[in-house]
Design a protein around this ligand. Structure first.
Ligand SMILES: *Cc1c(COP(=O)(O)O)cnc(C)c1O
Ligand code: SF4
Length: 344
């Protein structure tokens, strides 16, 4: 089966999950009316354990309707949006939604107000408006294609967008943000990669959250993507019950780097309505990072970031290592937990 046929066979209604341990069909359907469900057969085949990390990311849970104090768009992506689907917050870069479809609707999605819904519909006209804005805005040197999932578009469409962007002199780099290598790796075909490899200013950021997502199929997709020459990164979301321990996160980072994917960010879960049950404490996040730094190759250690509400942007958080300082020295805690004195 090709990837489009696999995608067509996705589970979109919970009746099809009847009898699966850990699934409440009525509850899942009630939630899916608000936030759509799509579990493609590939991901379904990986959901081995009831309440396990892959099921938790894919099956709607009643908790999604119970965190009402949270906002749909706390990061104000819409406020900083000059045209539909484009957010220009930082001086030199924009995020540009070119699809609102995904191969899996992740329950933790920070854009769940939009993905898979008519409200978030991306059309040729919205893409054209975004391209025009970028053409007319010389400050933009970095364009992040996101969604939804940009790699759910047809090859020709992706090619056309990349070609237009490549003609703009002030656009120095283009990034594709995609969860496809984790959620539907068969989409990464030789043809897609041959097309992508024509673009020499391209970077690709993946999104893996758990080591079980790095299957032989995913590894093959990463091998093909690596051959395009685009540097590969990964943005992981810190998720309660999925990857909120140092051991799980360390295994994920090791598997990513083994496949030549450079971990870029661990995102603390944003305060987005419908995702509150996935949020951990900052202490948990700091403990996870502490379990990586020094214990693993530095290339395995991403920045742990929080995205400030109201459009303040991302800032990294680090476990406190300076215990004391004076004119002559810093007193610092090493990764081994011991105390060291650093002369100034
Ligand atoms: C995260 C983000 C970016 C990209 O930020 P980097 O730190 O450069 O990866 C750009 N625009 C918006 C609105 C973002 O949220
Ligand atoms: S693939 Fe990305 S955009 Fe799509 S539902 Fe998952 S997190 Fe959201």
């Amino acid at each position: 089966m090709n990837w489009k046929e696999i995608l067509k066979k996705s589970v979109v209604s919970a009746e099809e999950l009847e009898g699966m341990p850990g699934v409440d069909v009525d509850e899942a359907n009630r939630v899916a009316e608000v936030y759509p469900m799509r579990i493609n057969p590939y991901w379904l085949s990986l959901m081995k354990t009831a309440g396990g990390p892959l099921q938790r990311q894919a099956v709607p849970s009643a908790a999604e309707l119970m965190d009402s104090p949270l906002l749909e768009d706390p990061l104000c992506e819409e406020k900083d949006s000059p045209v539909f689907g484009l957010t220009h917050r930082y001086p030199d870069r924009v995020i540009f939604l070119v699809s609102n479809q995904c191969a899996l609707y992740c329950r933790h999605c920070m854009r769940k107000r939009k993905v898979g819904k008519h409200l978030g519909t991306v059309t040729d006209a919205t893409i054209e408006a975004g391209l025009t804005y970028i053409e007319q805005t010389p400050a933009v040197r970095d364009v992040i294609l996101t969604g939804g999932d940009p790699l759910l578009l047809d090859d020709e469409k992706i090619d056309a967008i990349l070609a237009r962007l490549s003609e703009i002199p002030h656009v120095e780099m283009i990034r594709i943000h995609s969860r496809i290598p984790a959620t539907l790796p068969m989409r990464v075909t030789e043809e897609l990669c041959a097309m992508l490899s024509q673009y020499e200013n391209l970077w690709i950021n993946t999104h893996f959250n758990h080591p079980d997502e790095i299957t032989p199929e995913a590894e093959k997709a990463l091998r093909l993507l690596n051959r395009t020459g685009a540097p590969l990164g990964c943005q992981t979301v810190l998720l309660k019950g999925v990857n909120d321990t140092p051991a799980v996160m360390a295994e994920l980072m090791r598997k990513l780097t083994k496949n030549r994917v450079r971990p870029y960010y661990i995102h603390h879960g944003d305060a987005v309505k419908g995702t509150g049950h996935f949020r951990t404490t900052i202490e948990t996040g700091l403990a996870v990072v502490k379990g990586l730094r020094g214990h693993l190759s530095g290339l395995c250690v991403p920045a742990y970031v929080i995205d400030l509400p109201g459009g303040g942007g991302k800032i990294p958080l680090l476990p406190e290592s300076i215990l004391a300082r004076d004119e002559e020295k810093l007193t610092v805690r090493g990764y081994d937990g011991k105390t060291y004195t650093y002369p100034l």
